[in-house]
Design a protein around this ligand. Sequence first.
Ligand code: ADP
Ligand code: MG
Length: 423
Amino acid sequence: MSAKKANLSGELKKYFGFSTFKGQQEEIINNLLNGKDIFVLMPTGGGKSLCYQLPALISEGTAIVVSPLIALMKNQVDAVNGLSSETGVAHVLNSSLNKTQTKQVFDDIKSGKTKLLYVAPESLIKEDYLEFLKDVKISFVAIDEAHCISEWGHDFRPEYRNLKQIIDKIADVPVIALTATATPKVQDDIQKTLGMTNALVFKESFNRANLFYEVTPKVNIDKEIVKFINKNKGKSGIVYCLSRRKVEEFAQLLQVNGINALPYHAGLDQKVRVANQDKFLMEEADVIVATIAFGMGIDKPDVRFVIHYDFPKSLESYYQETGRAGRDGGEGYCLAFYDPKDIEKLEKFLAQKPVSEREIGLQLLNEVVGYAETSMSRRQYILYYFGETFDPVNGDGAKMCDNASNPPKLKDATDDLRKTLEL
Ligand code: ADP
Ligand code: MG
């Protein structure tokens, strides 16, 4: 065992240039290599990719990596190919490839060159891909962003639900599922749907001790945000709005106020969208005003604030969106504007949805309203939601929220108490 461990560090250094593993990476990789099914719950930035990339690189055969977004897959494939002097170590398989390209991928897999094959779940069900994959050596299957399986997750993809049946058709190999979504409901759902109730579970704390959480009433919001940004001049930040219209209006308002801001939403022309994102990443723009379409797979380490113009639909989304602040471990201010009327709007919107979706949506809303209205430590509230206990006095980052650094005035506390008693 110890010989193997020493060896793993060597491989880590050889392929990635890192001298030590992060968190539980080494244990995860050892167990995967020993044929165990594994479930990894680790916050964004925790280093999940390496948990399947390294074992794939040193195993015989090809690892199938299921991932939801083509852009994310491309980034990873380029990164992995950059680690090796050989070509074809990683490939993406999808319908955008022409015949020659597909043949190249198949040939590389057959020759044993390809160690990682990235596929979207909707590609995996294609009959000719399935037939091909059945006949080649597969080392293991990794399911990244595994929360996409669950309707309780923040990014449900129906195509993820049948993964278990598809994988069973391809090969009888270990499965590693990974996600940064850790609510007990999502976790349970993922394990059941993938038939992984016996998997080894590796869970790291979701506490982001360097983030400061504040919720404030939505009054004079435009002025308040301008004031906040001006106080933080030159720092990078994201402002999330619910609608595309609001994104454009508010980006303009910031520009008029002399703030270097750009809009981002899925309705913008692709070129403009990419250009705006790049300008933000390259520091040509300080602030990006965006819908939730912005952020997945964006890795800007020095985002110093995340402002929610509109309240998020779930505490999970809030955690993910605010999680884009302070990735480098430095300051990260998370400010959310709250107006119960906004919640009513969201409820009305949900009323038009099918029953099951509506019920899930309403419960998620209830939980996020609880967060907005709580007078307890916001960090404790968030972590409780993720199934973790947190000491609001001595825990790491205990002072880093409005309620802890500036406890609610007596009047508010009494109001809270009255509410509780009336329930
Ligand atoms: P996640 O998928 O959990 O959000 P990533 O796999 O994208 O995280 O990794 C986040 C960052 O951490 C990447 O820049 C990656 O290179 C880095 N990283 C991963 N493992 C290590 C390690 N053992 N040592 C140093 N950096 C690491
Ligand atoms: Mg990842």
